[in-house]
Design a protein around this ligand. Structure first.
Ligand SMILES: Nc1ncnc2c1ncn2[C@@H]1O[C@H](COP(=O)(O)OP(=O)(O)OP(=O)(O)O)[C@@H](O)[C@H]1O
Length: 271
């Protein structure tokens, strides 16, 4: 296998070096989530712990029912744990009110969904500005930032297009630009390439590579090994527990990038 042991799941021992301490985009400790139904209690997460240092690129994997969506909902401040802690910066989401959760969600988390979730009536630039709208922050400066982000994801010539006038890959680029508009703690991507063909998948993964190289923290849920191997680290859940937490060797990342590049070149040659 092309991965090595990762950071470990317990708090790091105090460093004796003079290096500044690692900052975490999020830090999760003994996270549990139970759903209480009439006939039974489902233990969806049974004590999950791991850290995501700033600048990391983590793929979360696991079989159906292993707890990925439950974890994602908490990382996205859409739901609270039954017990344990999930820190975003200095805030523990398990102690927040619904209003505080909504506030931190709109200000500090960048979402990218499988189905893009764009507003059909709005243009590319307007869609990118949507998270700012919810904070009452809309002005020329914010529009300028949205235009800049559109250019960063290669949509500088599509600023006034509506989602129906864009391909799936272009719509996902809008969603990625939208996810960055608030300068989030991390980009949370749920099967972001699930609806895309191989060529477009590679283009979207290249954007994530670039964003991560620029220092953006990315947390991505995927079922696909080849998508996960583009990340720096793979966290696997099983039966609501952390099964493995492994770093992906740079050589393995390079190999999968090369494999994707060859597949894309072959497909383009056939067109
Ligand atoms: N709202 C809910 N009420 C009750 N049980 C739930 C709820 N949401 C999830 N579960 C249960 O919690 C467990 C974990 O579900 P979860 O959706 O987090 O898994 P998953 O890994 O995302 O699965 P998949 O890959 O199929 O989406 C499952 O047994 C599921 O049935």
């Amino acid at each position: 296998m092309s991965v090595t042991d990762a950071y470990g799941t317990s708090p790091a021992p105090a460093s004796k070096s003079t290096e500044s301490p690692k900052r975490f985009a999020t830090s999760i400790r003994d996270l549990k989530k139970e759903y209480v139904l009439k006939s039974e209690t489902v233990r969806a997460l049974r004590g999950v712990s791991f850290d995501v240092p700033e600048g990391d690129y983590v793929a979360i994997m696991g079989p159906s029912g292993s707890g990925k969506s439950t974890l994602l909902n908490m990382l996205g401040c859409l739901d609270q744990p039954t017990s344990g802690s999930l820190m975003l910066g200095d805030d523990d989401i398990s102690t927040m009110s619904d209003d505080q959760l909504a506030d931190i969600r709109s200000r500090r988390i960048g979402f990218v969904f499988q189905s893009y979730n764009l507003i059909q009536q709005l243009s590319v630039v307007e869609n990118i500005q949507v998270p700012l709208y919810y904070q009452g922050k809309l002005g020329p400066k914010q529009r300028e930032r949205a235009v800049e982000l559109a250019k960063q994801v290669g949509l500088g010539d599509r600023l006034d297009h509506r989602p129906t006038q864009l391909s799936g890959g272009q719509q996902q680029r809008v969603a990625i630009a939208r996810s960055l508009v608030n300068d989030p703690f991390f980009v949370l991507a749920d099967e972001p390439t699930g609806n895309l063909d191989s060529i477009t998948t590679d283009e979207i993964l290249a954007i994530f590579d670039k964003l991560n190289a620029e220092g953006r923290t990315i947390i991505l849920v995927t079922h696909e090994d080849d998508v996960a191997l583009r990340a720096k680290r793979i966290v696997r859940l099983k039966d609501g527990m952390l099964h493995t937490d492994e770093l992906v060797e740079e050589s393995a990342r390079e190999a999968v990038r090369a494999k994707h590049a060859i597949a894309v070149a072959e497909l383009k040659a056939r067109e």
